[in-house]
Design a protein around this ligand. Structure first.
Ligand SMILES: *Cc1c(COP(=O)(O)O)cnc(C)c1O
Length: 409
């Protein structure tokens, strides 16, 4: 017993996670994760895998057969798609309006893509015409977008981009990690070829599983590439092999063979994470996607009303904001990190800061998943107001709570 003194049991503090993610996990999801395992090829397990595919088809609003989980955090989904689709020197176009657009550029570069980025100032989004103009000039193979970039809290409208991609023969991908479940997404109606997400935002789960969906068109290209690579891997002297990027873990061709009828062995499916993803999906379907989006909008609006009533200024172009996370300008003379640490230490509430050009300039408050609730919003607004007054930013006490309550009435 002596040794265990140095390693006490885990006892994390009770926190209210009101930042840009992760958020507090829905207790039903925690419970689902605590179930005992079943074997990898147990018909019960393969049945769960099939059910999970069917569930996420509904959530993604798609008929895509290949709707499955990538084991790993959200960027595992991104990497699996990019690694399996992009060939060296492929042109890709990335409209960047925040940090996650830059992440897409970085991952695409690691796949040896020729990356073309277009940019708008952080806090804005793109007009479809800007993207079409760039597509015409660059003629990319893929358009890589972020739907909701939590670094700026902006939501890129995607509804018109699929038509444009179709017209120009471009594959259309979006990272919907931060937006999925809290903002509309129509995979088939918007002609998306690939979408990836994660559990730790509006889905109310822990990080560690990335549900993705793939159109038939992109699957055909993945399988075509797979056959070429099998040839190259078999023949080590084949020219150009050095330039190819090979991942075993993220090889979607192999992952589809594992999730498909053939059930060819690949990795061991992360069973407990599949249980989590399944329960997150069930929660969302039970509530109804449209109701979930409305709920995220209601609580997001309440935060916005409270923030404005405190005399704080929201960040960015509000007509393109995500429902589930709000950026807030840190007022002049106030130390943003001091406010965050008072909130954490004295109220056990976490809110976010930001990155790059916004570092030290904005806070971010998320209302997502299990925490898109009235009590979470009221606690956070009231605590923030108290802390602000303590550090010298005077507000009309009670105004924020009142403004939020008006949204709720
Ligand atoms: C939060 C977020 C992620 C998270 O990626 P992880 O690998 O799960 O850390 C990815 N993309 C976007 C747009 C996000 O907001």
């Amino acid at each position: 017993m002596k040794n265990s003194v140095n390693f006490p049991p885990l006892n994390p503090p009770r926190r209210l996670l009101m930042g840009p993610g992760p958020i507090n996990v829905d207790p039903r999801v925690l419970q689902a994760m605590s179930h005992q395992l079943v074997g990898q090829y147990d018909p019960v397990m393969t049945g769960y895998m099939n059910q999970t595919m069917a569930l996420y088809r509904e959530l993604y609003k798609t008929k895509n057969q290949w709707t499955l989980l990538i084991d790993g955090t959200s960027r595992a989904g991104i990497e699996a798609i990019f690694m399996s689709v992009i060939k060296p020197n492929d042109k890709v176009l990335v409209p960047v309006f925040g940090r996650f657009g830059l992440l897409l550029c970085e991952i695409a570069k690691r796949c040896r893509a020729e990356v073309h980025k277009i940019e708008v100032p952080w806090g804005e989004v793109f007009e479809p015409e800007q993207i079409e103009k760039a597509i015409k000039e660059i003629k990319p193979r893929m358009l890589l977008t972020v739907q909701g970039d939590t670094s700026t809290t902006m939501l890129q409208p995607l509804a018109d981009l699929g038509e444009i991609c179709k017209r120009h023969g471009v594959l259309f991908y979006t990272d919907a990690t931060a937006s999925f479940g809290g903002n509309p997404l129509e995979t088939d109606a918007w002609h998306l070829d690939a979408v990836s997400t994660g559990l730790q935002k509006c889905l109310g789960g822990p990080p560690g599983s990335s549900p993705i969906t793939l159109s038939d068109a992109i699957v055909e290209q993945i399988n075509h590439r797979k056959h070429i690579e099998e040839g190259i891997l078999a023949d080590h002297h084949e020219q150009g092999q050095e330039e190819m990027v090979y991942s075993n873990y993220f090889d979607l061709g192999m992952i589809m063979d594992y999730w498909g009828a053939e059930r060819l062995n690949h990795h061991t499916e992360a069973t407990s994470m599949l249980f989590a993803a399944y329960e997150c999906g069930r929660l969302l379907l039970e509530e109804g996607i449209d109701n979930s989006i409305k709920r995220h909008k209601l609580h997001g609006d309440a935060v916005l009303a409270g923030i404005e009533a405190m005399g704080l200024k929201p960040f960015g172009d509000l007509k393109n904001r995500m429902n589930n996370v709000l950026g807030i300008h840190i007022p002049d003379g106030i130390d943003g990190e001091e406010v965050r640490s008072l909130l954490l230490n004295d109220f056990s509430i976490e809110i976010g800061s930001s990155f790059g050009p916004l570092k030290g300039k904005i806070w971010r408050i998320g209302t997502m998943g299990y925490n898109a609730r009235k009590d979470c919003v009221c606690e956070t607004l009231t605590a923030l107001e108290s802390v602000l007054n303590r550090v010298g930013f005077k507000t009309t006490q009670g105004a924020a709570f009142d403004a939020a309550m008006q949204v709720y009435q």
